[in-house]
Design a protein around this ligand. Structure first.
Ligand code: TXA
Ligand code: MG
Length: 318
């Protein structure tokens, strides 16, 4: 159900959930200080309670409403990347809801750059807990229609158009003057090193959860997916498989009669990645064949999402 900005604010203040646009993906938002509202997020997503939520705030001036510390290194990162597709994990103030933190001593914070999200945060005065607006392990939504297809037509959605970044934010935890990359995104490790002046800490900071969204099966279409190292390997596999569809990066030989070709430009490919997977998932193929994106580190975040989308527990050792 599409709703107005004013209605979204009214619902959020009343403790209801609303799907909202951000520049990365649509989020399923609720007042981060309202326990009952938070429980609706977990229930709607069918998300396990041990997976914490990101709190979206209007500006870096609100960090200390949620975090007990805002170390200089984190301030530099916030200054460089906010508003934008970047999440900081910091030690939490103790009054931050344990259900938002999933019991962790830390809280994840992000200032989104989408104008609709920013206006919502400013006008409501709320901090909004918002995971991606999809069912647990399924594909993230980058349009209002994706949200409705995944969560049902009755979910209130504030339509802000198609998301421009297209994949979830980079997540970095900061502890004192050390940082760690918890989830790759379009702001990559070299961008972060350029701001902090130092590489990521090698050893895991022990009190942090190992990896956020750690489940190997994640971001998945319902149709089984297979990842291929090369176009040639796909062609070898696909010959005489009539019910296959394919996701390709860049021009070249076609693989199936249901190919979806993403551009060889990483920002454009990220922007359209989930829409491509949603389209392929709806193509009624028996299998989706996926070409590995270029080996360059700029494509790490995309590769991460595709590896998770194509993870098959029965064919892997871990
Ligand atoms: O771009 C994004 O980050 C989108 C938009 C809506 O902002 N949100 C998003 O939320 O991707 P979600 O819930 O799908 O992923 C958030 C990730 C989870 O994997 C969670 O484990 C991690 O953030 N996370 C949240 N709080 C954390 C914390 N305190 N420590 C470590 N990881 C945390
Ligand atoms: Mg998600």
């Amino acid at each position: 159900m599409r709703i107005s900005q004013a209605k979204a604010i009214e619902l959020l203040k009343r403790g209801e959930i609303v799907a909202i646009p951000t520049e990365t993906v649509y989020g399923l938002a609720a007042d981060a200080r309202n326990e009952e509202a938070i429980s609706k997020i977990y229930a709607t997503k069918q998300r396990p309670a041990n997976n914490p939520l990101i709190v979206h705030i209007a500006s870096a001036a609100q960090v200390l409403d949620w975090a007990s510390e805002f170390p200089p290194l984190a301030q530099k990162l916030a200054q460089a990347f906010w508003p934008g597709p970047f999440t900081l994990v910091l030690p939490a103030r103790k009054e931050v809801s344990a259900s938002v933190r999933a019991g962790e001593p830390t809280v994840a914070l992000r200032v989104p750059s989408h104008p609709v999200a920013l206006t919502l945060l400013n006008d409501s005065g709320l901090g909004l807990a918002a995971p991606s607006a999809n069912k647990y392990t399924q594909l993230s939504p980058t349009t209002a229609a994706h949200v409705e297809a995944g969560l049902g037509a009755e979910v209130p959605v504030l339509d802000g158009g198609a998301c421009q970044v297209g994949i979830e934010s980079t997540i970095v935890s900061v502890h004192g003057d050390e940082w760690q990359l918890l989830r790759p995104g379009m702001i990559d490790a070299s961008d972060i090193t350029a701001i902090t002046g130092k590489p990521a800490m090698q050893q895991a900071i022990t009190h942090l959860p190992k990896v956020p969204g750690q489940h190997l099966l994640h971001y998945s279409p319902r149709t089984p997916c297979l990842l291929f190292e090369s176009r040639q390997a796909m062609l070898n596999y696909a010959c005489n498989k009539t019910a296959a569809a394919a996701l390709l990066f860049g021009e070249g030989k076609s693989v199936t009669d249901k190919d979806f070709v993403l551009p060889n430009d990483v920002a454009l490919a990220a922007e359209h990645l989930y829409a491509a997977l949603h389209t392929l998932d709806a193509a009624q193929a028996e299998i989706i064949l996926i070409e590995s994106p270029p080996a360059d580190i700029a494509w790490d975040a995309l590769r991460d999402r595709l590896q998770r989308a194509t993870y098959h527990p029965h064919t892997q050792n871990d």
